[in-house]
Design a protein around this ligand. Structure first.
Ligand code: ADP
Length: 608
């Protein structure tokens, strides 16, 4: 080991990571074993794949993980016969952090929640967990290629050493010099216990001091009736790199249009919602039990990236190259079957167990919307799965678009469209002037509190022959018989308002939809204000876009305004204030200093 030892420094991110691992993580330290076994397994999956595709010859060394301990030296050794690493790969893989999620993981860990160490494997930094229990790690590795073998050693404190070493035939051997406080990990029985808990589904034999600890089997090929709930859960923890149980487990096999065996899982938590950045595709691809690829971005549509699990199809040729896989017709075909089955599963679940479905929807519904916005293929199926609050339900209760349509058909003065209204809260929506006409007509409106919905719904076209229409832009009207301005007076007032408000408005007209409110604004682009906000996100000042102003000709304020419009100063103040009030009711920006100044002046008038 003496020849050409080089001292190297870890990348800053790795240093930070190690610092946290060494100094602030104490709980669940045993997960380091799962991470190292999982790395060894991945390396052997890759080796097996190279063999079956004819790129490597693995004869001689069996694909097994060997774990041995030395109580006296207080060491633990884990050895695999995988693809190993060349010197460059080693520096790249264990000296830097490439994974984009890792940074946010480090940030999160720093913030507080030390329990989340369990998630370490999901962020491509699992190897470093070894430093939770070891104050020195030695690693020997020999690549499956011709590259010379390498030795690596680190105490985790910012630097590592690297040298040439040819003691291995193939694969990787890691020696952990355990901290004195972690001597339990030099006990074979303790190790067996941990492996049974975390790694029983590893697809290669794991031996502790020569004893095989796990049962190697492809759970997805077994008969459902022979699989226990615990097995499904344990398997999930293994493939999903998670410590919690899954929210949904869906195991199925199909023969047509092609043979597929799959277990799909939905995790308990939506990690993206918890601020961890975009998650990676998580359904592993197998062909006849051989793992072809752990992460395949082209298998499922992007919006299904939250799914974990496996899919095995004997129709995937083992010698398929990774490049052709990216855009292969076969991947699309498998992806289509999985997507179709999963959507069907959700539709069934929503009927059989609505509460379970709602739990899924509250956590993962956002992906269905993403799917709707991005994927025309499954539009109707996705719309069917959406849930909304409604003007005809109590707060918090969610209904489907189908329920909405059934009720609309039964209603007397039924509208011809699916009406929705988005806003910051239920209260904000219900207090807005836009809902007045719907209450008057007893027409149900779906409520959305997610800014994305407006965009998704307006883009989703027709569903069962009806379009989604924002309550803001809906073309509903009624004849108000009460006293108010005549048509002529209204036109006169509209002209005056238009002139007074200038470029703030694109048009002004008497409204046929207002009951209690004096005015409302509409986007001049014929869309809801929220959608307009979305689309003009790039524009620094969306509030300055001219708007349509509708006024209520039966409202006393407007009647007075008409009568006093020649009293220049007061009437102009009032007109501008009315406009700003309408903007505020729509959740649109106004010029606050100007508004406050104006209100003060109007208040002065009160006691004149
Ligand atoms: P992850 O395994 O999640 O990518 P790790 O920090 O555990 O993150 O490992 C980083 C990389 O180092 C792996 O992606 C792999 O390329 C390489 N690596 C780790 N352990 C082994 C091993 N036993 N054999 C071969 N390569 C390995």
């Amino acid at each position: 080991m003496s020849k050409n030892i080089e001292h190297m420094e870890f990348q800053t991110e790795v240093k930070k990571m190690l610092d946290i691992v060494i100094h602030s993580l104490y709980t669940d330290a045993e997960i380091f074993l799962r991470e190292l076994i999982s790395n060894g397994t991945d390396a052997m999956e890759k080796a097996r794949y190279m063999q079956v595709s004819g790129d490597a010859d693995l004869s001689g060394l069996p694909l097994e993980i060997h774990i041995t301990t030395d109580k006296e030296k207080n060491t633990l050794t884990i050895q695999d016969a995988g693809i190993g690493m060349s010197r460059d790969e080693l520096i790249q893989n264990l000296g830097t952090i490439a994974h984009s999620g890792a940074k946010s993981f480090i940030e999160k860990l720093k913030e507080h929640d030390s329990k989340d160490v369990n998630l370490i494997g999901q962020f491509g930094v699992g190897f470093y967990s070894a430093f939770m229990v070891a104050d020195k790690v030695e690693l020997f590795t020999k690549s499956i290629t011709d590259a010379p073998g390498v030795y690596w050693e680190s105490e985790g404190a910012g630097t590592y050493e690297i040298a040439e070493d040819d003691s291995l035939e193939r694969g990787t051997k890691i020696i952990l010099h355990l901290k004195s406080s972690d001597a339990e990990f030099a006990e074979p029985d303790r190790l067996k216990e941990i492996i049974k808990q975390y790694s029983s589904f590893v697809s290669f034999p794991v031996l502790v001091e020569g004893d095989k600890v796990n049962t190697v089997e492809a759970l997805w090929l077994k008969n459902k009736k022979e699989i226990t709930d615990e097995e499904y859960q344990e398997f999930y923890k293994f493939v999903g790199d998670d410590y919690q149980e899954p929210l949904i487990t869906y195991h199925f096999s199909v023969d047509a249009p092609m043979a597929i065996h799959s277990i799909l899982y939905v995790p308990k938590e939506n990690m993206e919602l918890r601020g961890f950045g975009q998650i990676e595709a998580g359904v592993r691809l197998y062909s006849k039990r051989v793992m072809i690829q752990e992460v395949n971005d082209s298998l499922l549509p992007k919006w299904l990236r939250f799914l974990k699990g496996v899919v095995d199809s004997p129709e995937i040729p083992l010698n398929i190259s990774r490049e052709t896989m990216q855009d292969s017709v076969l991947m699309k075909k498998i992806g289509k079957v999985l997507t179709g089955r999963f959507l069907k599963y959700l539709a069934d679940l929503s009927k059989k167990d609505p509460d379970a479905y709602l739990e899924f929807y509250r956590k993962f519904g956002v992906y269905l919307k993403e799917g709707l916005a991005s994927d025309g293929d499954n539009k109707d199926k996705l719309i069917k799965l959406l849930r909304f609050e409604s003007s005809k339900e109590e707060a918090g209760k969610l209904i489907s678009v189908d329920e909405y349509l059934v009720r609309q058909e039964g209603a007397e003065d039924a509208g011809t469209e699916i009406y929705y209204m988005s806003g910051a809260s239920r209260e904000a929506i219900e207090k807005s002037p836009y809902l007045e006409i719907f209450r008057k007509k007893d027409q149900e409106v779906l409520y959305t509190f997610d800014g994305l919905d407006d965009y998704v719904l307006s883009m989703s076209g027709e569903y069962k022959g009806k379009s989604f229409v924002s309550a803001e832009t809906a073309d509903l009207s009624y004849e108000d018989e009460s006293e108010g301005l005549s048509e002529e007076q209204s036109t006169e007032l509209a002209d005056w308002l238009k002139e007074t408000l200038g470029d703030k408005v694109s048009d002004v007209k008497a409204s046929k939809r207002l009951l209690d409110s004096p005015v409302l604004v509409k986007s001049s682009m014929g869309m809801s204000s929220n959608l307009e906000k979305w689309l003009t996100m790039m524009d620094a000042s969306p509030g300055t876009m001219p708007r349509m102003l509708e006024f209520n000709p039966h409202h006393p304020l407007l009647v007075s305004l008409y009568q006093h419009k020649d009293e220049e100063e007061k009437s102009v103040l009032l007109a501008k204030q009315l406009f700003d009030n309408a903007m505020l009711a729509a959740g649109l920006p106004v010029d606050f200093p100007e508004l406050v100044d104006r209100i003060n002046r109007l208040m002065e008038e009160t006691f004149r």
